[in-house]
Design a protein around this ligand. Structure first.
Ligand code: CA2
Length: 148
């Protein structure tokens, strides 16, 4: 049994209430429930954390290392395109993670086309709405099973 973490960046707490054309109709609570269910089906446990604060996300990543978290499903949201500090935190703890996005940032504004995470992630899933999270978790589980 592995302990896993779903980590969500700024504004994702608004999911299901604003901009459904980009981010779909699912709420963050529904996505977290789906992920916990999928993890449990595979015999694992998954906790979730969302914050708008870069330092809170970094501290949660540090805590994940202390807790022995085996893998992270991470939507850095706006920090995808800006945060060297979050990238450094993930490199420091060396916990495998999958980068997920509801929308496809490559098909949006040019500033969304750079990610500080893609090159250090196990993989990236983008553009499938809430399904990106589920596919990201399945990819992470396959990676962990191969590495075990
Ligand atoms: O597509 C994604 O998942 C993003 O990570 C979402 C970020 C955006 O900055 C990235 O480029 C791509 C934005 C998250 C904002 O979330 C909202 C949710 C509902 C309503 C408004 C914003």
């Amino acid at each position: 049994m592995a302990q896993l973490l779903a980590l969500h960046g700024p504004n994702l707490d608004l999911l299901g209430r604003r901009e459904p054309e980009h981010y779909g109709h699912d709420t963050l609570a529904a996505i977290d429930a789906l992920l916990a269910e999928e993890a449990a089906r595979a015999g694992h446990r998954l906790a979730s954390f969302q914050s708008a604060a870069e330092h809170a996300l970094i501290e949660r990543i540090h805590a994940a290392a202390r807790e022995g978290v085996a893998g992270i499903v991470f939507n850095p949201a706006g920090y995808t395109h800006t945060s060297v500090a979050l990238r450094d935190a993930l490199l420091a703890v060396a916990i495998p993670f999958v980068e997920v996005h509801l929308s496809n940032p490559q098909a949006r504004e040019p500033f969304r086309q750079r990610s500080y995470f893609s090159d250090i992630a196990v993989g990236t899933v983008a553009g499938f709405g809430a399904e990106s999270y589920r596919l990201g978790l399945l990819g992470l589980l396959a990676h962990l099973a191969r590495a075990a």
